[in-house]
Design a protein around this ligand. Structure first.
Ligand code: FES
Length: 111
């Protein structure tokens, strides 16, 4: 999931997406989500879910999408939504705690 970008607000794997299909579509990369990425990154750091950081860009893209799509997703929903995001460092527990806490925050709670 490291190569995740959004095409018309839907996460896709850019490494397996034929470029011609993107013509006329809105492409969002991590740089386009800086504010939300920084916010989720702080949750990740607080919970100890940031280690080497190799998987972080794709994880962040998908977590922000998840939060926008679902209000208070269950643990099972989170695991299903992030199934393609592989992390070799954390074992997922810390990431899952961070995702749950991040998804519990309301947009007006942002700091
Ligand atoms: Fe190292 Fe995920 S933090 S691969």
């Amino acid at each position: 999931g490291l190569c995740t970008v959004w095409v018309d607000d839907i996460p896709i794997l850019s490494c397996s997406y034929i470029a011609m299909r993107a013509e006329g579509k809105n492409i969002t990369t991590l740089e386009g989500l800086k504010k939300e990425a920084l916010e989720f990154g702080s949750f990740l750091a607080t919970e100890g879910g940031d280690q080497c950081g190799f998987c972080s860009p794709g994880l962040i893209m998908n977590v922000i999408s998840l939060k926008r799509k679902f209000k208070n997703p269950t643990e099972e929903m989170i695991q299903n939504y992030l199934m393609g995001n592989l992390c070799r460092c954390t074992g997922y527990s810390a990431q899952l705690r961070a995702i749950k806490k991040y998804c519990e925050t309301n947009d007006h709670d942002k700091f």
